[in-house]
Design a protein around this ligand. Structure first.
Ligand SMILES: Cc1cc2nc3c(=O)[nH]c(=O)nc-3n(C[C@H](O)[C@H](O)[C@H](O)COP(=O)(O)O)c2cc1C
Length: 381
């Protein structure tokens, strides 16, 4: 099958994923919070970033290799941390980490992944970044950092835009609970998605194995609730200072929208800011993420490392974010639509879609390098 003809866009992967996995897994992946208006706002704002095409610019064969925070990557995009990846497709963490290593793009493992850092670190090699939901207990926090480091993760991502749960109503309607409740609907979903179910049976039910490893309890129900509680550390600026002292490698703070907060993070010795609104999963009335990016860039200065995510669904979206001040762009859902739709073949196909879309749009704009992109931006964006 020619994947480029069957699944030319991320939206095709999403459609296929929706059919191939149980409803509760798809809704967990796809949902935002509230009436999902911020999701639409993210999309509309990205679509409103326009460029003037150029003509007669000869051969355009852009070099996408990018040096970012002292590391060389083949492309300026990578894989954002997604909790419970293995719920969307059994074995997803391994597939994505191994693709990242082969392609030399970053893979971020979530604190609430379904695989341990000790298993995934060696697969991701030097492309592995570790995302932390900061535990309240300092001993657990320090131990997680130690385990991440000894597993080979080179950068630490502290996520700060999840001070508490969000309602994420679609997810609730789909009856996704931890631990899962066996309702007739859940049984039906499992029976009608046999490939997902058999693979899940083979690899074991998805669990948040890292937090659970700190729970000394044989009752799986209370152990899960306790595991969730462990990572709800409600970090503040003092926690950040401590973390800065405890982690000697690069420290990235993820989930920043506000230019003043960004300035303060820089002065606290944070190495990189990740501009994100968690792709509308946490707080509906906030601004579109892409509109904040140039403001954060202006606040931190031209040379400070900035990552962008939230709503990126094509190579063109990556170019938009790079033009507006990002050095690097991450995607969360798209990689999971890809693995849920196509299994092992998914990540490579998504990398192809994104790279080709970047290249072809750069040809239309007559831009030979990524640095030329801001010059083609139309005013008023
Ligand atoms: C299903 C799902 C789970 C997520 N889990 C985490 C997580 O555990 N830690 C984290 O920092 N961000 C998490 N995120 C947010 C992503 O890292 C990222 O910010 C977001 O998905 C980017 O937007 P996109 O999905 O539109 O590409 C999650 C996102 C999704 C869709």
């Amino acid at each position: 099958m020619d994947l480029d003809l069957s699944y030319p866009a991320v939206s095709d992967l999403r459609r296929k994923a929706r059919r191939r996995i149980p409803h509760f897994a798809f809704e967990y992946l796809d949902s935002s919070t509230g009436a999902e208006l911020q999701f639409a706002r993210n999309r509309d704002a990205l679509d409103a970033v326009h460029f003037m095409p150029d003509i007669l610019r000869g051969t355009i064969d852009p070099d996408f290799t990018t040096t970012f925070m002292g590391q060389d990557f083949s492309r300026p995009f990578g894989i954002a941390p997604v909790g419970m990846s293995g719920l969307m497709w059994p074995g997803a963490e391994r597939m994505l980490a191994s693709h990242a290593f082969e392609q030399r793009i970053p893979y971020s493992i979530s604190t609430v992944a379904t695989r341990l850092p000790e298993e995934i670190g060696p697969v991701a090699g030097d492309m592995g970044w570790f995302q932390l939901y900061c535990p309240a207990d300092p001993e657990i926090r320090r131990d997680m950092l130690k385990r991440a480091k000894t597993s080979g993760f080179t950068k630490l991502i502290l996520t700060v835009d999840v001070p508490d749960d969000s309602r994420r109503e679609r997810q609730r309607r789909a009856k996704l609970t931890l631990p899962p409740k066996i309702t007739p609907r859940v049984v039906w979903e499992v029976l009608t998605h046999p490939e997902w179910s058999l693979r899940t049976l083979a690899l074991g039910a998805p669990r948040i194995v890292l937090p659970e490893s700190y729970v000394d309890n044989t009752d799986p129900r209370s152990s899960l609730a306790h595991a969730g509680h462990i990572i709800r550390g409600e970090p503040d600026w003092d926690t950040l200072k401590t973390l800065r002292e405890e982690w000697q490698g690069d420290l990235i703070v993820k989930g920043v929208m506000c230019p003043d907060a960004a300035k303060r993070l820089v002065s606290e010795g944070v190495d990189c800011i990740w501009v994100s609104n968690h792709s509308a999963r946490q707080f509906e009335p906030g601004p579109a993420c892409i509109t904040q990016l140039p403001k954060v860039r202006a606040a931190v200065g031209p040379d400070y490392p900035l990552i962008f995510d939230s709503g990126v669904a094509s190579g063109m979206d990556i170019l938009r974010a790079l033009a507006l001040g990002a050095d690097f762009v991450m995607l969360g859902r798209a990689w999971h639509y890809a693995v849920a739709a196509l299994g092992e073949k998914g990540p490579a196909h998504l990398t192809h879609i994104l790279t080709d879309d970047m290249r072809l749009n750069m040809a239309q704009m007559g831009t030979h390098t990524l640095a030329d992109l801001p010059g083609r931006l139309l005013e008023g964006v």
